[in-house]
Design a protein around this ligand. Structure first.
Ligand SMILES: *[C@@H]1O[C@H](CO)[C@@H](O)[C@H](O)[C@H]1NC(C)=O
Ligand SMILES: *[C@@H]1O[C@H](CO)[C@@H](O)[C@H](O)[C@H]1NC(C)=O
Length: 337
């Protein structure tokens, strides 16, 4: 009994979905189904979805006239009325239909269909129906936003829902996130392991070697959905790498030492040079005076001795020839003796 009812229902549904006339089509198409099915039906009607952003695409049937337009309708599963998608009622070849706002419920099944029609609408094609589409399982889960930082012998891993253009998708996407499949890879030697954690924004990967770089790749797992795209690798040191920081310190120290030695060299050599210059330029007396300032009086004596003769020496005593004998020391004359 139940089976018969189901069959009847299916038949009814088939009739309703497949052969329903275009909602807006009036005039010549109304009752004459044969005339209306003159245009080739569109092909490859499919819904693609990335992070719950849904796009319907299709191709025109063979020998479709160039001025043909296309219209899109969707059906919420278990409801029997097709609804026109606003904004997708007059598409041309190559255009797609954004279904993000229309297929709002990720846990609801949908179908879409496309029909070709001529601009004056006296010719239409058969509808071409897409496969059933369930956003939750059919959407491709893109890589999450990841950041990694060291915490000693562990890594802190932040995983968030990527920023999508629509605000609603963020929240819905977060609802779908179940588990994190984490792939950890040690940069130095390529040692790797896998880890599954229940989805949280903040996660810790423990028991790692400190001061070592690890790279982490994260894939979000969603129930009944195997379309997850892994993130790119994010790398971080578990704790600040000690050796490399020491190296920096040593390098700085070395640089300072070199600069220091250089400066000392300049001072010493420069001092010698200026001393040499002094010795060449200054009169010898002054040089010696400078050289032995601390020796005080000795230097003064020396300078006295070496000073040039007095400019006005006292005139030698002029012999006064008086009548008597000379007064001063003149060699005694024979007469005196
Ligand atoms: C549709 O209408 C156009 C002009 O309005 C006409 O030229 C054409 O023959 C019509 N096509 C059909 C199949 O009725
Ligand atoms: C589709 O529509 C959603 C919601 O309006 C929007 O966020 C998204 O950017 C659209 N996608 C494209 C490819 O235009």
């Amino acid at each position: 009994m139940g089976l018969w009812m189901l069959l009847l229902l299916l038949l009814l549904l088939q009739f309703h979905l497949g052969n329903a006339p275009r909602i807006e089509s009036g005039g010549k198409c109304g009752g004459l189904n044969g005339l209306c099915v003159a245009l080739p039906a569109p092909t490859k009607v499919s819904i693609s979805s990335f992070n719950l952003e849904h796009t319907l695409s299709f191709l025109p049937g063979p020998e479709t006239p160039p001025d043909t337009h296309f219209t899109v309708q969707i059906l919420r599963f278990r409801k029997s009325t097709w609804k026109l998608v606003t904004g997708c009622s007059e598409l041309v070849v190559g255009q797609t239909c954004n279904l993000t706002r229309v297929l709002k419920d990720p846990f609801q099944s949908y179908q879409a269909r496309v029909q070709a029609f001529t601009p004056n609408q006296n010719q239409t094609s058969k509808w071409t129906i897409s496969k059933r589409f369930l956003p939750q399982s059919d959407t491709v889960i893109g890589p999450p936003d990841v950041s990694v930082s060291g915490c000693g012998n562990c890594l802190l891993l932040y995983v968030t829902v990527p920023k999508t253009s629509g605000l609603q998708q963020d929240k819905q996407l977060q609802l779908l996130y179940r588990d994190l499949h984490i792939h950890v890879h040690r940069t130095r030697d390529g040692v790797q392991f896998k880890l599954n954690l229940e989805y949280k924004e903040e996660n810790m990967i423990s028991y790692l070697q400190p001061g070592v770089e690890y790279c982490v790749t994260v894939t979000v797992a969603v129930f009944f959905n195997s379309n997850s795209v892994p993130s790119k690798p994010f790398c971080a040191f578990t704790s600040p790498p000690p050796r490399s920081s020491l190296n920096v310190v040593f390098c700085l120290l070395g640089a300072f030492c070199v600069i220091g030695f250089f400066l000392i060299g300049v001072v010493v050599y420069g001092g010698q040079l200026s001393y040499e210059l002094l010795r060449r330029r200054l009169p010898r007396s002054l040089y010696i005076a400078l050289q032995s300032q601390d020796r005080g009086s000795a230097a003064l004596e020396l300078s006295d001795q070496t000073s040039p003769p007095h400019p006005h020496p006292p005139p030698p005593p002029t012999p006064r020839y008086t009548t008597g004998t000379p007064l001063t020391a003149s060699p005694p004359t024979e007469a005196q003796l």
